[in-house]
Ligand binder design. Structure first.
Ligand code: ADP
Ligand code: MG
Length: 348
């Protein structure tokens, strides 16, 4: 994959040289960081706030395919998907640790690109890189990110706190990351069959970016603060709307009604899904990787929510025995399940 001519082998630097090289551009700007990289542990101080911590592990061949994921995007996305978990608690992300396992095929320049992407994400989201670990890997590239943040105790949005009567809301639009992935997979196949054909992604920037360069919704958490909106329950959409709705309903011991016609889907997602013979609703429900926020708010906050351009009310919370249901565009009622959406579609 890499032309290793003119590339620097990592063993030339050694582990400590590598860490120094990669982290030379790291700046500390967050007041809660007392000590970052350079000692046995970082030191943080959150004063009267509650601390939030979340970790993700990303494995080459399982979570990403280096044949179409640029390394810089990979570093960026690894940070984004992790920060998303802090925002999903209604918190502010403040630090990350970034750990990598590198196979011998990686020259220094490749690792540098990953770090470049990670540091762009840190800068954009005002997060300090405060440490990590570095190791050789015999199984391809491994990345693990831990993000740390804080929140006022009364603002924490647990999955388990949805109440009957709450409005069910989602930020942004859904299904784009999944349709973008289908497009990249198709172009990869064409390329593997004939390396002279360049990928044809023209006019598809939005959905390709949704897949390669997702943006965690820090802005939505800030908007909650500005408009004094307190979500009861919240979760980020990593696995698809259906699965996240079920997580909230199970944890909160409630049911819900979801309206298919309300699910926000971007026109490019819609059209491209159709080109692939996919149902756009199924892409939103089961696709995943959109990293939008799904949350519930009490009905009395309707006036604050209704004018937010980037938030859509897609249903409401019911009592547990009513189950999790979707009302289709044609008015039929279907149980929501984490899998098996294709099955329901054949009956519609
Ligand atoms: P230890 O032997 O205690 O694990 P290391 O030599 O691995 O220490 O790390 C030294 C310092 O460099 C620590 O502050 C650690 O957090 C940081 N560090 C190590 N690897 C990375 C990395 N990939 N990215 C950022 N910081 C790192
Ligand atoms: Mg170490």
């Amino acid at each position: 994959m890499f032309d290793n001519k003119d590339r620097t082998a990592i063993h030339e630097l050694g582990e400590f040289g590598l860490i120094d090289y990669l982290t030379k551009a790291v700046e500390i700007t967050e007041p809660s960081t007392i000590k970052g990289i350079g000692d046995d542990a970082a030191v943080l101080d959150f004063k009267d706030k509650k601390t939030l911590i979340s970790t993700d592990l990303l494995l080459e061949g399982v979570h990403f395919d280096l044949r179409y994921v640029p390394l810089k995007h990979l570093g960026y996305k690894a940070v984004q998907v992790n920060l998303s978990d802090i925002y999903a608690m209604n918190g502010k992300a403040s630090q990350i640790t970034f750990s990598i396992g590198l196979s011998s095929k990686f020259p220094l320049e490749a690792v540098e690109e990953i770090y470049e992407g990670a540091l762009i994400a840190c800068k954009k989201f005002n997060v300090d890189l405060i440490g990590g670990d570095t190791s050789a890997s015999t199984q391809g590239l491994v990345i693990s990110v831990t993000s740390i943040g804080y929140v006022d105790e009364h603002k924490i949005a647990y999955r388990s706190a949805a109440k009957e009567g709450d409005l069910l809301c989602v930020s942004g639009d859904l299904g784009g990351a999944y349709v973008g992935l289908q497009l990249l997979e198709r172009e990869k196949k064409i390329f593997l069959e004939n390396p002279n054909i360049q990928p044809d992604l023209e006019g598809k920037d939005y959905i390709v970016e949704r897949q390669l360069k997702p943006e965690a919704r820090k802005d939505i958490v800030e908007l909650f603060d500005i408009y004094d909106i307190q979500p009861n329950a919240m979760i980020d959409i990593s696995d698809g709307l259906a699965s996240e709705i079920i997580h909230i309903c199970k944890a909160s011991k409630v049911g819900c009604k979801l309206y298919e016609e309300k699910i926000p889907i971007d026109p490019m997602t819609y059209e491209t899904a159709r080109e692939f013979g996919l149902d756009p609703t199924v892409c939103a429900l089961s696709g995943g990787e959109d990293y939008e926020l799904l949350f519930t708010v009490p009905q009395d906050q309707y006036d604050k929510i209704k004018n937010q351009l980037d938030i859509t009310i897609i249903g409401h919370i019911t009592e547990e025995n009513a189950g999790c249901e979707m009302i289709s565009k044609s008015g039929n009622v279907y149980p929501i399940s984490a899998q098996g959406w294709n099955a329901f579609r054949t009956e519609d």
